[in-house]
Design a protein around this ligand. Structure first.
Ligand code: ATP
Ligand code: MG
Length: 428
């Protein structure tokens, strides 16, 4: 076949067998989120480009290098639209736009869906990938127990989805004021070592000095290790972080405090965390998140209200990579209808629809063919029973019901067939 078109770079088709795996994963994820009292929200996959610029920060890689903007949209919107690179900005936009704070004291939301980033594709790094994310928003939603709940939910999701030994790292960036003070301090300290910083960090240093802390470059890491033993948080921020850690310990969630863990986005304050899994190579983060108390105000929330907000996102493709080969149970139908003569095909179709309308999964071979070839198709379909329309059966307004496992056969009147099948099929 002449393959003229290919799937865009960094994206992939999820074919039917694999969709079964995704369905199972999404089902389980929804179940776990709901068990924590979270409700699903679905927002558009594209938004006003300014929403992302405002929330993620114009100096971040996501906005600077990875935003996939819709060129044609500039006609109806000054800045145009962009495909969403992450879920938080849209959920906060929706929270404010729909006045959710008036409807419930605390909004606990989750989402599952595709995200888009114009990255250089490689293993575990795609241009369209999928996330399971949660966001907790509300006036006064700044309890360290909520930080612990959100982290506990992320860990439980990963465990239930089968990720082996997920490793949790946490850190605190402190309040907005702490962050500003720590930025100046870091800048002053790193200024003494600019010759040892990589070109990226020398550029980052002015714009977003926190990013130097998680640079992978060997020389930068040495400078960071030498300069930063702990982030100098204010006493209330330290106290808050201690309470988060105590809550995690109380529910037996192991973690490592890593003073060099930062997240790439401007909006994080206080608790940030990242979860890695084995076997993923250099893209080993399966999920990450943190607190972003200031973002609701930043995006237009009521200035008189003090909001708290925290969330995370897990990467579904990376979760699947970490699981390795997973056996996928075949999606069998229950009934395969066969006609022994071409002229019985319309009757076969009628029987097929009778079954389907009663909620019984069924199929037939629309190309007809010999008894042998149709039996082969029935076998392949995994059907529990084959319904055979032969000359005798058609004459007597009946159908032969063949049990594909026991190889037994009986004749049933056509007007009793649905009832009969319902009786003999095992409970789902
Ligand atoms: P990374 O460190 O890999 O660049 P990130 O900090 O950009 O990740 P987040 O924005 O925090 O990632 O997204 C949360 C999770 O989404 C990541 O931990 C990862 O599992 C997944 N993810 C992010 N970007 C991609 C991508 N391009 N392809 C596949 N999965 C991704
Ligand atoms: Mg990234």
């Amino acid at each position: 076949m002449n393959k003229t078109f290919a799937v865009p770079r960094g994206t992939s088709d999820i074919l039917p067998d694999t969709v079964l795996l995704w369905e199972a994963l999404e089902f389980l994820a929804r179940k776990v989120c709901k068990s924590y009292g979270y409700k699903e929200v679905r927002t558009p996959i594209f938004e006003d480009t300014n929403l992302f610029k405002r929330s993620l920060g114009t100096t971040t890689d996501i906005v600077n290098k990875q935003l996939l903007e819709l060129a044609s949209s500039k006609e109806d919107q000054e800045e145009g639209y962009a495909l969403r690179p992450e879920g938080t900005a849209a959920v906060v936009r929706s929270y404010i736009e729909n006045d959710l704070e008036k409807k419930e004291p605390l909004s606990k939301l989750f989402y599952i869906g595709p995200m888009f980033r114009g990255e250089r594709p490689q293993k575990g790094r795609l241009r369209q990938f999928h996330q399971i994310g949660v966001e907790v928003l509300g006036p006064n939603a700044a309890s360290p127990l909520l930080d612990a709940e959100v982290i506990a939910l992320a860990m439980q999701l990963l465990r239930e989805l089968g990720v082996k030994e997920p490793q949790l790292k946490i850190n605190s960036l402190g309040s907005k004021e702490d962050k500003a003070r720590i930025s100046s301090w870091l800048r002053a300290e790193f200024a003494k070592h600019t010759d040892r910083l990589c070109p990226d960090c020398r550029a980052r240093f002015e714009r977003n000095v926190f990013r130097v802390l998680d640079c992978k470059n060997e020389s930068c890491r040495k400078v960071v290790a030498q300069v930063v033993k702990d982030l100098p948080l204010s006493v209330p921020s330290q106290e808050y972080f201690k309470q988060v850690q105590a809550a995690l310990k109380s529910v037996n969630i192991p973690f490592e405090v890593s003073p060099h863990l930062v997240r790439g986005l401007d909006y994080y304050t206080h608790t940030v965390f990242e979860i890695t899994a084995a076997g993923l190579g250099s893209q080993d983060a399966v999920g990450a998140g943190g607190r972003y108390n200031g973002l609701v105000h930043e995006l237009g929330g009521n200035p008189k209200v003090s909001y708290g907000a925290i969330g995370f996102a897990l990467g579904i493709e990376r979760i699947l990579l970490s699981l390795g080969e997973v056996p996928i149970p075949p999606a069998n139908i229950n009934i395969f209808v066969m006609s022994m003569k071409e002229e019985y095909q319309p009757l076969a179709f009628l029987v097929l629809q009778l079954l389907r309308k009663s909620g019984i999964s069924a199929d037939m071979n629309f190309a007809g063919g010999s008894m042998k070839s149709q039996m082969g198709k029935a076998d392949k379909s995994g059907a529990r029973f084959a319904l055979i329309l032969g000359e005798e059966e058609v004459k007597n307004k009946s159908v032969a019901v063949k049990d594909m496992r026991q190889s037994t056969q009986e004749t049933v009147a056509l007007d009793k067939i649905v009832e009969h099948i319902k009786n003999v099929l095992p409970e789902e």
